[in-house]
Structure formats: C-alpha cells, structure tokens
Design a protein around this ligand. Structure first.
Ligand SMILES: [Zn+2]
Length: 157
C-alpha cells in the first residue's frame, strides 16, 4: 500500500527485513545492484526515490522484506551511501539501527583502475585503498598510489 501524505511517499511498514534510509538521491538502484537484487528477487522490495529529506534535501529509501545484509555488503554500500542508516526490522519493530561506516582503509572490495597495478596481476595480493577523502570520495591505491574518484570506484562495485 502506498499512501501520499504531505508530498511524502510513505511505504507500508515491513514485518521482517531491512530498511536503508538516507541513501543519496538516485543511488537506490546502485545499492540494489550491490545487493544483487533484480526483478527475480524472491522477496518484496519497496523503493522511494528522491523523497524529500530534511537532512539531505532529497534521499532514496529502500525496504527489503525477509532480507538481512552481510558485512561485506554493508562495506560496499558505505562507498555509495556513506550517510545511509540501516534498520533491522523484526516483527514490525526496529530491533537494531546503525549508520554505515566508511573505514579509513578499503580492503578487498574495489579493483584498482591501473591495469598494471600489482593488485591486478595474478599475484596473491588483495586490493587495498586509503580513503583520502570521503566527500567527494577519493581512494588511493596503497600499491601504485593511483587515486580513484567516486565514478571509478562505483563502477567497480
Ligand atoms: Zn593500484
């Protein structure tokens, strides 16, 4: 059920699952692709895009029924939606709520854009980046020192 109220799109509450709030406007679909959720997902997903937000101006909201997130998924989401809050819902109640956290180092998630970087060779090397800036997002590869901006980082997720 979708109810329009004060120009705010209100989506019906979920019984069990995950709510991602304060996702930057327009990034909901990227978050869904990180979660590998597409039209074949076996659970209900509600998306509010460009919903008015006091904090962000506009935001996206995602509610996923019967789906909980793994840590590696939350780590990826932090690169796309650094201010997102994640609520775990059980029996219609929020049992846990936390903000995603972009760590100072991003290990094993992003692929370096430098093809000749040792982390792209067939060496047993895990990719590793220092977070140089969170806003705008800039990551620096610890091996070849190449900087990667938001668009490059998002394209590897
Ligand atoms: Zn590199």
């Amino acid at each position: 059920m979708i109810v329009m109220e004060d120009r705010t799109l209100k989506i019906s509450k979920i019984r069990e699952g995950t709510v991602l709030d304060h996702v930057p406007a327009g990034k909901a679909l990227k978050v869904l692709s990180i979660l590998k959720i597409d039209e074949n997902a076996p659970y209900s997903v509600s998306i509010g895009m460009r919903v008015p937000s006091k904090k962000l101006g506009q935001k996206d909201v995602i509610k996923i029924e019967n789906r909980f997130l793994e840590k590696h998924e939350v780590d990826r989401i932090a690169l796309v939606a650094p201010e997102a809050t994640i609520s775990i819902v059980k029996n219609y109640e929020i049992t846990e709520k936390f903000q995603v956290d972009l760590p100072e180092r991003v290990v094993g998630i992003v692929q370096c854009s430098n093809r000749s970087c040792i982390s792209n060779k067939k060496e047993p090397v895990t990719s590793e980046f220092i977070v140089v800036s969170k806003k705008p997002l800039v990551l620096r590869c610890v091996y070849c020192e190449r900087n990667m901006g938001e668009r490059e980082v998002h394209s590897t997720l």
